[in-house]
Design a protein around this ligand. Structure first.
Ligand code: CA
Ligand code: CA
Length: 104
C-alpha cells in the first residue's frame, strides 16, 4: 500500500513537472462545447466577470481554485501554443465595449 502511494505521488510529481513547462496544457475546453478555440478564452473572461459554479466549472484553467486573470493569461498562452491566435485578453475591458458600440 505504501509502495502504491509512493508510486502515485511520484507519478503526480512527474506529471506536474512536465505540465509546468508546457503551456499548451492550458488550452482546454472551458465552455464544454467540444472544441478548443478562442471562445474558450472568451468564456474565461465571462467567468471572471460573472462567476457561475456550474457554467464555469472548467474555467479554472490552472486549477488553483480561483478563476482570475491568471487563468486568462494561461489559456491565452495555451491557445497560442496550439496555433490559435485570439485577441489579447489584456486589451479587452468591459468599458471598451461602450467605446466601440456602433449605436454611439
Ligand atoms: Ca470550447
Ligand atoms: Ca485559476
Amino acid at each position: 500500500m505504501v509502495r502504491m502511494t509512493l508510486a502515485l505521488v511520484l507519478g503526480l510529481v512527474a506529471c506536474t513537472d512536465t505540465a509546468s513547462t508546457d503551456t499548451s496544457q492550458f488550452a482546454i475546453d472551458t465552455d464544454g462545447n467540444g472544441s478548443i478555440d478562442c471562445t474558450d478564452l472568451d468564456h474565461v473572461v465571462t467567468c471572471i466577470h460573472h462567476p457561475d459554479p456550474h457554467g464555469c466549472a472548467h474555467a479554472d484553467v490552472n486549477e488553483d481554485g480561483a478563476v482570475d486573470h491568471q487563468d486568462l493569461h494561461d489559456i491565452y498562452a495555451g491557445l497560442a501554443a496550439t496555433g490559435h491566435h485570439c485577441d489579447d485578453p489584456g486589451l479587452h475591458d468591459p468599458a471598451d465595449h461602450a467605446t466601440h458600440d456602433p449605436a454611439h
